[in-house]
Design a binder for this molecule. Structure first.
Ligand code: FMN
Length: 302
C-alpha cells in the first residue's frame, strides 16, 4: 500500500545493476520493506509492507554502487559522499557544543546573514522524519522588525482568545483535562495572556525577545506531532556551532492550531497544520561562564 504524504503519492523506484551486484545483500539487510531475494537476485516487490518509501538506506549502504532509489522526491543528486571520519564531531566535541548552549533571550543588534540561515536549514533538514519525505515546513521570519511584527501579531491573536481562559471556561476545561494539565494552564498559560499584551503596550516583545530571526517548524497534516521538534532541535545545535544564541519558543504552536485564521493567513501558515515549535536565533549579548549539568525526571533500566 502506497504511503501517501503531502509531497508524494507514489512508491520510490528501485533499480539494480545486476552486472555489478555481487549479492553481498547489505541492501536486503537494511531494507524493512520492499526488497527480497529470489534465484540469487535482489528483487523489488512494491506490495511488500508499504513498498519502497524512499528511505534510501539500500543505496546508501551499497559498497558497489549498484542499487539506485529514485522518486518520492529522491533523486541521484541527493546521494552525496559520506563525510570522512576525521571530519565528524566526536563525543567530546559534541558534548562541549551541547554544554555550551544556553537559551538566549538577549540579542545584539545584528542581523543573521543569509549564508548562516542556509547552513542552519541545510543541517536541520538532515533530521529523521516519521515517513520520508519530510512533512515538516519552516516559516522563516527574517529581520528584527519583521520578527517584532510577527510577535505582536501573535499577542493580538492571543488577546482575541482570552475569553477561552475566563474563570468560567477554566472550570469547564477541567472536565476535559488532567489535574496536571489544568494546573499548568491555570498557573502558566493564563498569566501569560495578560503578561504579553501588557509588555506589548509598553513596546516590549516578551514572546520572541526582539530576536533578529525566528523559524517556526510545523508539520503538514501527514506529519507526526514530534516531526517538527526534531529539525528544530537540530537547528538550535547547528546555530550554536555557528556562534549564534537560540531559544526554543513553545508558546506559539498550541495557540494557532485552531482559530488564529488571520494570523496564519498573513504568514502563510496553512489553516490546518500540525503545530510545532519556534526557534529564535541571533548573536548573543552575554557570554556564559559556566555550563549547567541537567538531569532527567527519571531514568529506569529494565
Ligand atoms: C519545548 C520548549 C519550549 C520552550 N518555550 C519557551 C518559551 O516560549 N519562552 C522562553 O523564554 N523559553 C522557552 N523555552 C526555553 C526553556 O525555558 C529553557 O530551555 C529552559 O529554561 C532551560 O534553559 P537552557 O535552555 O538555557 O538550559 C522552551 C524550551 C523548550 C524545550
Amino acid at each position: 500500500m502506497i504511503l501517501k504524504t503531502s509531497r508524494t503519492a507514489e512508491y520510490a523506484e528501485i533499480t539494480v545493476d545486476y552486472e555489478k551486484c555481487n549479492m553481498c545483500k547489505l541492501c536486503l539487510k537494511v531494507c524493512k520493506s520492499s526488497l527480497y531475494e529470489e534465484n540469487g537476485k535482489i528483487l523489488v516487490d512494491q506490495s511488500k509492507m508499504f513498498g519502497c518509501i524512499g528511505c534510501g538506506q539500500c543505496e546508501a549502504v551499497c559498497p558497489l554502487e549498484c542499487i539506485f532509489v529514485n522518486g518520492r522526491t529522491l533523486s541521484q543528486d541527493d546521494f552525496i559522499p559520506l563525510p570522512a571520519k576525521e571530519q565528524r564531531a566526536n563525543m567530546e566535541q559534541l558534548y562541549s557544543l551541547l554544554l555550551s548552549r544556553r537559551s538566549t533571550r538577549e540579542f545584539k543588534n545584528r542581523e543573521v546573514e543569509q549564508e548562516v540561515i542556509d547552513e542552519i536549514l541545510k543541517a536541520a533538514s538532515t533530521a529523521p522524519m516519521g515517513i520520508p519525505p519530510s512533512d515538516v515546513c519552516v516559516l522563516v521570519v527574517k529581520g528584527k522588525d519583521k520578527v517584532r511584527e510577527f510577535a505582536f501579531d501573535f499577542v493580538d491573536t492571543l488577546q482575541k482568545m482570552k475569553w477561552m481562559f475566563s474563570s468560567f471556561m477554566l472550570k469547564l476545561w477541567r472536565l476535559f483535562m488532567s489535574k496536571e494539565e489544568h494546573e499548568m494552564m491555570k498557573n502558566f498559560i493564563v498569566p501569560l495572556m495578560d503578561f504579553f499584551p501588557e509588555k506589548k503596550e509598553i513596546g516590549e516583545d516578551w514572546v520572541l525577545y526582539d530576536a533578529p530571526l525566528v523559524m517556526y517548524f510545523y508539520g503538514t497534516l501527514y506529519a507526526d506531532p514530534v516531526d517538527p521538534v526534531i529539525p528544530a532541535t537540530y537547528a538550535m545545535i547547528t546555530a550554536q556551532s555557528l556562534g549564534l544564541g537560540t531559544c526554543m519558543i513553545g508558546t506559539i504552536g498550541p495557540f494557532i492550531k485552531k482559530g488564529a485564521n488571520k494570523f496564519k493567513e498573513k504568514y502563510g501558515i496553512p489553516q490546518k497544520h500540525v503545530p510545532g515549535v519556534a526557534v529564535i536565533f541571533g548573536y548573543p549579548v552575554y557570554k556564559y561562564k559556566k555550563a549547567i549539568k541537567r538531569t532527567f525526571a527519571n531514568v529506569k533500566y529494565y
